[in-house]
Design a protein around this ligand. Structure first.
Ligand code: ADP
Length: 448
């Protein structure tokens, strides 16, 4: 049974059920019709004999000749007997001898391979009694019913066959996409090619919906898989550069350096690369925690104005570039935030503004309340970002080429973390930028 296809199983199941229902219905109906007909035949033979008997018993009627009575009534054959023999009417030959007369007794008898009902009645209008016998052939009466039942059975078989065939075709068509889904899944597992799709078009039925859901799932899997691949290759790339610098420096130191001051320079360069790697590794650790939802957010009511004032002062102190930081911060703006994450977001955006601004330019940091939202913005007159690169800056490891050439220890992970932090605070991030003119990053933080 396991080897039979699903289409055949379904078809066989409902054809079997249809056959059973039809058979029992037909059988039941035949039984009921038969019993109704038998009842009617019994009544008919008794009524016919009684009618003739009553007519013969009316005194005036005895003047009529006996042949004038109708001795055939709707299938009932009748005969009138005097003491010796049949004096009128006709019944099947031989039945009189086989079954003697018996007053008021309805009998079902077998005569020459047929079934008959026999009913006799005695009439005592003189000293010599007369008899009336009625005979009806039950086998003939049931013949039509049997014929109708047989035809019905054949017709039902034809209808069930057609229903089975039609059903099989419909199921075959409906299940065709399932086969395509199976084949696609097999192809994907064999070739590991996630770009394949079932692509059976749009339809309303469940199978089409399933196939389309499967395609959507494949697209998402492909996207995640590609991102994962990209991420791994980016990490390797980012680590390869400092490692090869360190190796080169070490080889040079080993072979060529005799002088202490030159050795110090080499060690300095190695330290710089180590710092870069250390920063990258700690950022990767945070990103991996973000991905695994292992960063527990600790919301607390925070004075954002005070926090931002502190961050701006700190940034002015640590940044080495000659850039003026102008702050326009509304006081006493509070909000429930994760203090350390929000601090990271502000620092990232402000330090980026420093990094991508030119010497002697100005950065403006603003904080104000608009309705139930706190708006934080950092505006610089730096290198700006082209329209084409704008949507990509939130991606992990994405760096505009000019930024990549920069000697700094940046890895392109900052803004992707900023985006994650903003999302966890139900915030909205916007950026307006023009190449060569400057950029403004805006962070809208809902107070509740
Ligand atoms: P990075 O560590 O390289 O700064 P980020 O994720 O912080 O990485 O930023 C991604 C890229 O977006 C940067 O490499 C830079 O090209 C661009 N970018 C970010 N902030 C600015 C800005 N204020 N002005 C110009 N470009 C910026």
């Amino acid at each position: 049974m396991r080897k039979i296809s699903l289409k055949l199983k379904i078809t066989l199941w409902y054809v079997g059920i249809l056959l059973l229902i039809s058979f029992f219905t037909l059988y039941g109906m035949t039984l009921i019709n038969r019993s109704v007909l038998v009842n009617e035949v019994e009544n008919r033979v008794i009524t016919s004999v009684n009618t003739i008997t009553q007519q013969l018993m009316i005194p005036n009627n005895s003047f009529r000749r006996i042949e004038e009575y109708s001795l055939y009534d709707n299938g009932v054959q009748m005969a009138v007997y005097n003491k010796d023999a049949v004096i009128a009417g006709r019944i099947p030959y031989g039945i009189t001898d086989a079954y003697p007369l018996y007053h008021d007794y309805l009998r079902l008898v077998q005569f020459k391979n047929k079934e008959y009902y026999i009913y006799d009645k005695v009439i005592k209008i003189s000293t010599d009694p007369y008899w009336v016998r009625g005979v009806i052939c039950l086998t003939d009466e049931l013949g039509v019913l049997n014929l109708v039942s047989q035809y019905s059975f054949v017709l039902i078989l034809i209808f069930i066959f057609l229903a089975g065939l039609g059903g099989y075709i419909i199921i075959f068509r409906a299940l065709k996409p399932v086969n395509t889904i199976r084949m696609t899944a097999e192809e994907i597992s064999e070739s590991s090619d996630l770009s394949r799709r079932i692509d059976i078009g749009y339809g309303d039925d469940e199978i089409c919906t399933l196939a389309n859901t499967f395609d959507t799932m494949l697209s998402k899997l492909e996207y995640s898989f590609n991102k994962e691949k990209q991420f791994t290759s980016d990490v390797s790339h980012e680590l390869r550069t400092p490692i090869s610098v360190i190796l080169t420096e070490c080889e040079y130191g080993e072979e060529c350096i005799n002088d202490v001051s030159e050795l110090k320079d080499t060690l300095k360069s190695i330290k710089k690369q180590c710092n870069k790697m250390s920063k990258l590794v700690s950022e990767l650790l945070i990103i991996s925690r973000m991905d695994n939802n292992r960063i527990k957010l600790n919301f607390e009511n925070t004075d954002i104005s005070e926090l931002l004032t502190f961050i701006c002062e700190e940034q002015t102190e640590i940044q080495t570039k000659n850039i003026k930081l102008v702050t326009k911060l509304e006081h006493n703006l509070f909000c429930d935030v994760d203090r350390s994450l929000i601090t990271r977001l502000f620092i990232n955006l402000i330090s980026n503004a420093y990094q991508y601004s030119l010497e002697g330019s100005e950065i403006e940091v603003q904080l104000y309340k608009k309705g139930s939202t706190l708006i934080f913005s950092v505006k610089d007159n730096g290198i700006g970002i082209s329209e084409e690169n704008l949507p990509k800056i939130w991606d992990r490891f994405y760096q505009v080429d000019s930024a990549r050439l920069n000697e700094s220890s940046n890895s392109g992970l900052g803004l992707s973390m900023v985006k994650w932090i903003s999302e966890r605070h139900n915030g909205v991030l916007k950026v307006e930028s023009e190449l060569g003119v400057g950029s403004t990053f805006i962070f809208e933080l809902p107070i509740k």
